[in-house]
Ligand binder design. Sequence first.
Ligand SMILES: Nc1ncnc2c1ncn2[C@@H]1O[C@H](COP(=O)(O)OP(=O)(O)O)[C@@H](O)[C@H]1O
Ligand SMILES: [Mg+2]
Length: 236
Amino acid sequence: MSRLEAKDVITGYGKHEVVHGVSLEAAAGAITCIFGPNGCGKSTFLKAVAGALPAWEGSVRLGDREISNRPVHEVVREGLVMMPQGGGAFPRLTVMENLRMGGHAIADARLVESRIEALLAEYPSLARRTGVAAGSLSGGEQMMLALARALVSEPRFILLDEPSAGLSPALVGETLERVRELTRRGIGILMVEQNIREALPIADKIYILTAGEKRFEGTPADVRDDAQLMSIYMGG
Ligand SMILES: Nc1ncnc2c1ncn2[C@@H]1O[C@H](COP(=O)(O)OP(=O)(O)O)[C@@H](O)[C@H]1O
Ligand SMILES: [Mg+2]
């Protein structure tokens, strides 16, 4: 079983250091959640893990392979994809074109088409809308598209940045249930979530970041409720 391991990752923008040496481990087939206040560096950390931002120091390993500071398409080939906040769909491209973007790191176009066909069988609401612009989908459908697009490369790990953001309460539950379902196929999930109440019950492991540093590491059983998490945010 492979695992994703970040060690002492330091990164930021320009000269501005945002993440000050964060270490984390995520297991295959499990959901690892990162919580923390707005602006504490959660998205920045995820981007460094996914290769979308250089790690200034530290390492990121997937199984026994070093993946930090490698181009994103290589990281995807190693088996790790990131879904950015908001899903990252190209609104003017069709659903089908967006799904094909998910296969950009795969040279064999016929393989990409057959994977998309299989995914559409699992996501019937997308299958009915392959020819429409992604921007015209509802929020829930866009999230399904983002998940399906991430799956085209058949990743071992998926990084999700706030998958439930902006969704109605009913869709939050449905989206997180979809995420849980992916772990049953052995996919590892590393997820940033603001929706602590909904995310805690499905998390296997949690981390709390504040001001670019790891403040807490444990299991959901270690925290009583989201009020206690909030107090950890505040330095409790
Ligand atoms: N593209 C960027 N350029 C410069 N600074 C950024 C950029 N993105 C985020 N930041 C800054 O980095 C810090 C952490 O942001 P972010 O990682 O998005 O936080 P979070 O995801 O925890 O809300 C914030 O101070 C933010 O202003
Ligand atoms: Mg963020």
